[in-house]
Design a protein around this ligand. Structure first.
Ligand SMILES: [Zn+2]
Ligand SMILES: [Zn+2]
Ligand SMILES: [Zn+2]
Length: 135
């Protein structure tokens, strides 16, 4: 059964606000990662600062991760394994050069502790090409 937004926020220790719920539920309905301006466009009536702060909070609490493609940062919901200041989004991201969509490819995962002697806090693996819809 799908977890409710309230449950997910409780697990990640995020205080419920209307805007937070709306943004989370919107991110849940889309399949690709979204840029800040795309999210702002969808919530055009909302205060931009609030949207930005909401995404910052989500990122800190391990609810969304940021992906850098060509030049812009995009946000995508995390898996349940992420928690406050502990992201485990070690999967590949795929950027389509035609439709400019960026998607999470959880089937390709960078192995943990694969390089000894260093501490990896964050991983950005990006593949570029043409997606299945554009091919
Ligand atoms: Zn994460
Ligand atoms: Zn495409
Ligand atoms: Zn991802």
């Amino acid at each position: 059964m799908k977890k409710s937004t309230e449950d997910i926020f409780a697990v990640k220790d995020i205080r419920l606000t209307t805007m937070r719920i709306l943004i989370y539920e919107y991110l849940e309905t889309v399949t690709a990662a979204l840029s800040l301006s795309e999210i702002e466009k969808y919530f055009y009536k909302a205060d931009k600062v609030t949207i930005y702060r909401t995404l910052q909070t989500f990122q800190e609490k391990g609810l969304v991760h940021k992906i850098l493609d060509e030049s812009i940062a995009k946000y995508r919901l995390c898996a349940e394994v992420c928690s406050e200041n502990d992201h485990n989004d070690r999967h590949l991201h795929f950027y389509c050069k035609k439709c400019h969509e960026t998607t999470c490819r959880e089937e390709i995962i960078f192995p943990e502790n694969s390089i000894s002697g260093i501490q990896i806090d964050e991983i950005q693996i990006l593949a570029k090409g043409i997606c299945d819809k554009c091919l």
